[in-house]
Design a protein around this ligand. Sequence first.
Ligand code: OSB
Ligand code: MG
Length: 369
Amino acid sequence: MKIEKIELRRVCLPLVTPFRTSFGTSTERETTIVRVVTADAEGWAESAAEPEPLYGPEFLDGADLVIRDHLIPRLRAEGEALTAERVGPALAAVTGHPMSKAVLETAILDAQLKASGVSFGQYLGAVRDRVPAGVSVGIMDSIDELLAAVAGYLDEGYLRIKLKIEPGWDIEPVRAVRERFGDEMLLQVDANTAYTLADARHLARLDPFDLLLMEQPMAADDLLGHARLAQVISTPICLDESIESARDAASAIALGACSVINVKPARVGGYLEARRIHDVAAAHGIPVWCGGMLETGIGRAANVALAALPNFVMPGDTSASSRYYEQDLTAPFVLDGGHLEVPTGPGIGVEVLPDVLAQVTVSMTEIAF
Ligand code: OSB
Ligand code: MG
């Protein structure tokens, strides 16, 4: 593939509602959108890095610099032999930075697939044309506020609710939601590393609520702790922050540190590694689901395609555009009976709306290739 130029565009979109997790509160989504221009097609992708290094060690300003000074030069060195499949090997010498690697690989894959008329779903091996949607519900100031938010999402048709938890906001909100909405609803929690093994007895108090899973209760590098916790609580443990590669997934599974995996392509360096994690998990009988990072339609389109693979057997954090943004960067993803449709057009299968993009653009860097 002959790349002509790569644009890095910083955008900032207001969120429809503040999103609070155990590591911070967001009222807007700032991210870098990458556009890869080739002779035949252009490819789009969005970074999952956030302004501050809180969810993980990457952050936007650092990510832009790594992309410009360390990753793009290595891709350029590949010359016209560069393909999406060669991005990972070409960047392997750079340690870490999976989100930055992912956004480049994804934009290049989009351009490549558009040039050959293949959709992300076809390329990745999707077996469904629509995927069930869950929603991630932030920490709130009161239980009443939480119950109102959950009621609203259930009315919209979401098929599974995920509550963000932290010490001081765990047993009571889960109890309140279970009591109000019943035992049938699919319910899970996400702690974003807020606990330690010393909290094991406390976390076991969530067992009676029949949760689908507890996501990332402890530190990202604490696989052993998660394996020990799994011996103490009956709620299945799901890992998010801990899994940055298929090798991590194999280790976590072998240790008994998780019985479910949240696959986020951005966190693992892209869709190719995400598919390898899907395959490793499937081989061990471990179900996976597709997580999210508050993506715009650009990132969501590809996530929804991934979520259509066979071992994505649980509803993902792939919510409708209206969950995040008044005005998305693409035509909105809309819930239909609690599902999102998998795009079928070439590449990510959605068009970026140029006027909206212009409105939310904060700055742009053009890099000749
Ligand atoms: O831990 O899954 C997470 C958002 C930003 C950072 C981390 C997480 C999340 C979410 C929201 O839970 C998922 C989404 O709706 O995109
Ligand atoms: Mg998570």
